[in-house]
Design a protein around this ligand. Structure first.
Ligand SMILES: [Zn+2]
Length: 160
């Protein structure tokens, strides 16, 4: 077993645990961006967002909320980032999916940069990455009514 997070789950490596249940573990990041930086992981090994199943993802997000609330209550940061990196280029250092909870304080050294969107690219990319709303059967009474705005936009989106 090479994965250090799997070793933490198995108790082969120490960690500063802050939450544990049957499927999920949260512990302090040993290289924190800020004091109070915590990680939430599924106990089972999944590499990233593409690999993990939806149910397990929901579990880790739910624990993320619990831990974030605790950090917010006890450390009283001025803000808090939830971050989940996929791939080396995105800064994923351990290939076992994990959610970062990073409390933010005035004048801290954590930095994210953003850039102004190029308009043409912005529109092209929007079309390319728009996710279709799942089709749902309308309720009986709705079938008789005029199509609602939502239904129209769904049809419109299919034309691309
Ligand atoms: Zn692992």
């Amino acid at each position: 077993m090479e994965c250090i997070f799997c070793k933490i789950v198995a108790g082969e490596l120490p960690s500063k645990k802050i939450y544990e249940d049957e499927d999920t573990l949260a512990f302090m990041d040993i290289n924190p961006a800020n004091p109070g930086h915590a990680l939430v992981i599924p106990k089972k090994h999944y590499e990233n967002i593409f690999d993990i199943d939806e149910q397990t993802l929901k579990q880790i997000i739910s624990v993320t909320k619990k831990v974030a609330e605790r950090i917010n209550e006890k450390l009283k940061p001025e803000g808090l980032n939830i971050l989940q990196n996929n791939g080396k280029r995105a800064g994923q250092l351990v290939n076992h999916i994990h959610v970062h909870i990073i409390p933010r304080f005035a004048d801290d050294k954590v930095l994210f940069t953003y850039q102004k969107a190029d308009v043409d690219d912005f529109d092209r990319i929007q079309k390319e990455i728009t996710v279709e709303t799942p089709e749902e059967e309308p309720f009986e009474e709705e079938k008789k009514e005029e199509p609602r705005k939502e239904t129209i936009s769904r049809k419109w989106r299919k034309d691309f």
